[in-house]
Design a protein. Sequence first.
Length: 427
Amino acid sequence: MIPAQIIALKRDGGELSDSQIGQFIAGFAADEIPDYQMSAMAMAIFLNGMTDAETASLTHHMLNSGARLSWPENGIPRGDKHSTGGVGDKISIPLAPILACCGLQVPMLSGRGLGATGGTLDKLESISGYRTDLSLSEVTQLTQEVGCVITGASPELAPADRRLYALRDVTATVPSIPLITASIMSKKLAESPDALVLDVKFGSGAFMKTKEQARALAQSLVQTGERMNVRTTALLTDMNQPLGRMCGNANEIKESIDVLKATGPDDVTELTLDLAAELLHSSGLAESVEDARRSAQATIDDGSALQKLEQMVVAQGGSSLDVSIAEAHEVCAQRAGVVQAVETEQLGLAVIALGGGRRQMTDAIDHSVGFEYLVRVGDTVEAGQPLIKVFAQNAEIVSDQVIGAITIGDTGSPLTLVAERLTADNC
Ligand code: URA
């Protein structure tokens, strides 16, 4: 079939075969199918969706458009976590060393901030000298020597996704479950992992605004991972307020270190341990999720996970875990009441307004700015009580945005962070 016939089949709601999808993606990767035909195909997929088999096939062919990490057959399991992104989500930074200390090798390929959500690479670049551009051979070497790396995805991995993502961004085809699934999973599967865990977020600070949308995405991700023979589980987590207290870059590094010193906020510590437990169990390193969680907790208690983070930072060129944070200014409640709701996306955008995120890909980041979220949904507050500490010289530019993002009412109840767990058996 010529490309236009394959596009027409999808446009009319038909199901594409594996060979039609393979022909299309291989043609796109080889520059034989131009961007305008790929954009038309993305829109046809956006409008008509894909079956599970089509989504798995799309993922498989996008994965095959590039290189894959290769590992020795030495019985050591490898795994990774992917988060759909949130405000204050620094989990990868304490998680990778905890997993490495428990015997899982973690070649974590992370991203930069997207929209209002922060990016792990931007946070790690608060550490002077830290390299996020490791080559594929450095990733495989350091993962085996240290146990974990956190770096950017190199252009050799899933190059079809890199080009397709740029097209989706400008053709209004980003929010499509099969396209998101193939995009995320082709990059993660290029690490050749034995197991994956997905943190799929919903709420005011997430890409997926409702739990139902997040569940549908999580189901698609888990089913695709399992079809590709990688043990995959997912947690649906609430992003209706920032994760932890710190949002920004350098201050999130500090909070990640606090988690490994057992002095971090409860929500970040609990979610880190929950995700660690899922991966250690699904990769066969623990008999049960409960045993896995105990092993992960032990690496915090004995200080080994903190030492492992230091080792990883040094191996990636970082000098020390000391980071610099701008001066703090408090923003206070204008009335007494209960914290009812948070427009978390607005708080993420406030970090960007301070210079802690990018408006355009070429923007430089000020790693020292951000804020500390001092209350939680359901807390009772007094008029004049500090709600947020803004770290910036020009903190006043976001005061109204920050105050407007936090609704104080007469009632409100605490949120449950982990709403659901999805495995191959229940989705
Ligand atoms: N993150 C990705 O990597 N791809 C998407 O399509 C959406 C979020």
